[in-house]
Design a protein around this ligand. Sequence first.
Ligand code: PHE
Length: 445
Amino acid sequence: MTHTRDSFHSRIGFVLAAAGSAIGLGNIWGFPTQAANNGGGAFLFVYLLVTLLLALPALYAEIYIGNQAQKNPVAALKDACQDSLPNVGKYAGIIGLCGAIMMLSFYTIVAGWMLAHALSAFTELLGLTSISQWLSTSSTERNLLFTPLFILLGAAIIHQGVNAGIEKWSARLMPLLLVMLIGLIIYILRQPGAEKGLALYLIPDFSQVTNPKLIISAMGQAFFSLSIGVGGMMVYGSYMQKGKDIGKLALSITALDTFIAFMAGLLIIPALFVAQEAGVKVFSNNELIGEGQLIFRILPELFNSMGDVGLIVSSCFFLLLSIAALTSTISSTEVPVSYLMEDKSFTRSKATWLVSFVVLCASMLLIAFFDELFGLVIRLLTTILQPLSCLFYFIVVGWLWNRGNKLRDKSLQEGRKWLPLWGNYLRFVCPLLLTVVFVNVAILN
Ligand code: PHE
């Protein structure tokens, strides 16, 4: 059975969907937490460097492979390696697919926390204090309720298809998130203690920038934030017509995503210090307390200080974050869904439910062994699997993919002077740089 492939109706549809995938919890929860844990300004500096030198080219390579193949990531990588190592391509695609499931297994848990906090503020507003308390306190029961709820919401959207579901949902909510971020930044910067956070965030301590733990965290965060290395951007690239200027597209997505992460840091890091000034214990031995959970103590603190309006702001803020998380899970889910539809003849609906069920099982496993697995899965995905996948994309684009690859084919490069240069950068510099980072970190660890 053949399916007509879904596609984005316009260039802007692609940009919105891809930016929707990139902008998510990674920006607002992951980036500030990592930056605060790794010296603030030094982390920001290395993060920007890695984004420009490695993550942006990897995003380009990933979209390019998908766009040329017009197929799901497993088939696209197999096609690109057709002349040399088709099976290696296929298995790399399948590993990426497993990465997408790994991403979903913890991401849906954190997204569930966002939903719970949005509802907590709302119920407080209605005077239902005990329910609100329960919703804002982390517990296994709360995870068991909100993670499946979130997975169900995602499935309901994916199941409608790319242009009906994804394009519409990815659309115009992000500007709203930005407006809220700006408003909150203005508010927090006027509170006592904020200037300490601002200084920590904006003035890098250059003695820290060679710290291997910092470098690997910054790289993982950059790859995670741009959604690269699991095939999500590849599948979106495949839903776009050929012939678009992928360089420009990748650059706009990177700029948007990095800007939002930067702004989130500008809010959260000063907010940590404002909370500290107000007597909340935030750091212990220079590390944030409670793996990744701290912003859920800091942000409510901030909203509380605003009085009743704070409840409305809190509810809207967490709701917008839940929506941002939803648009990010869509691209990851689309990776196995597109594979099952195109290569295994599933209907979209069947593929969606099967993938959602697998994600549900994986996230339940994480909830059951939270202390052992949660941090481990995040580290495995972001600091090992995603960078290795990106290394593979560079090798594919630079070395393995012969026919139809404009970056390597001299006859296809006429009149586009930057293309050979860019091709050589992807071919020689990127894999080398990535390997150097890996080897250094492995030795220095
Ligand atoms: N980039 C998303 C975020 O920052 C997360 C993501 C990772 C989405 C990998 C898809 C694939 O929240």
